[in-house]
Ligand binder design. Structure first.
Ligand code: DC
Length: 226
């Protein structure tokens, strides 16, 4: 059977990674969480007290400390920088609140996009992020752009954080999501936006299973035609 490339984009907490992971598992595809790569690069920069003025130093760190992914026994994703497990560290507020400045730097995007394309070169991949359908994989056979209200996304992230033991105030979380949406959509390079050939899907009030079914049905139709 032929395999395809699936790009899933959307704003913070729109459910991209949850559904992308399930779809990848169902189809036997690789899943790539590009947000985790920008978060890992941010973590590295913060650990070394680097800021937006120190791009060459950040790039050197990213090249010297490869980002990779693994899986725990129960199937959850793990993220490594070199051999350090940073799965939890990259979800902490310090990283979340600094990732926008780092991900607006063109040279850093160039480096991470090159890594993402290398991982996707054999197809059979579900990749999620902000610019996958527009920049990273413009030829992806299926492009989905997920939306959801800010209220609903804040609720989802609040629950996720609670489960991970990360303490955060709901109203503050909502405000941070709005701020990140604004920054991600208004940056000069690769802003968050739907590709002209993406299917835009508002997931407000729709269950995870409902979103997975919607995307998977579209994917299977394309796979069958190949
Ligand atoms: O998906 P996430 O919330 O974990 O992503 C964290 C940040 O990384 C997001 O606010 C913007 C950036 N990002 C990006 O610029 N491009 C991507 N393809 C993925 C994420």
């Amino acid at each position: 059977m032929k395999s395809i490339t699936i790009a899933i984009d959307g704003p913070a907490s729109s459910g991209k990674s949850t559904v992308a992971k399930i779809i990848a598992k169902n189809l036997g595809y690789t899943y790539l969480d590009t947000g985790a790569m920008y978060r890992s690069a941010t973590y590295l920069a913060l650990q070394h007290q680097l800021n937006a003025e120190q791009v060459p130093e950040i790039l050197e760190l990213i090249r010297a400390n490869p980002i990779s992914f693994g899986q725990t026994a129960d199937g959850s994703q793990t993220v490594f920088i070199g051999d350090q497990d940073v799965s939890l560290a990259i979800r902490q507020n310090a990283v979340t609140n600094n990732v926008s400045w780092l991900s607006a730097i063109p040279e850093i995007r160039e480096e991470l996009v090159a890594q993402q394309r290398r991982i996707a070169k054999d197809g059979a991949i579900v990749m999620d992020g902000r610019d996958i359908g527009t920049v990273v994989l413009p030829d992806a056979e299926l492009k989905i752009f997920l939306l959801a209200s800010v209220e609903e996304r804040a609720k989802r992230r609040f629950k996720e954080n609670q489960e991970k033991g990360i303490a955060v105030d709901f109203e503050r979380l909502k405000q941070e999501i709005e701020e990140r949406d604004y920054k991600d959509s208004h940056r000069a390079v690769s802003p968050l936006k739907a590709a002209s050939d993406a299917i835009v899907f508002d997931t407000t009030g729709i269950s995870i299973a409902g979103v997975v079914d919607f995307i998977q049905e579209k994917a299977e139709k394309i796979i069958d035609r190949k």
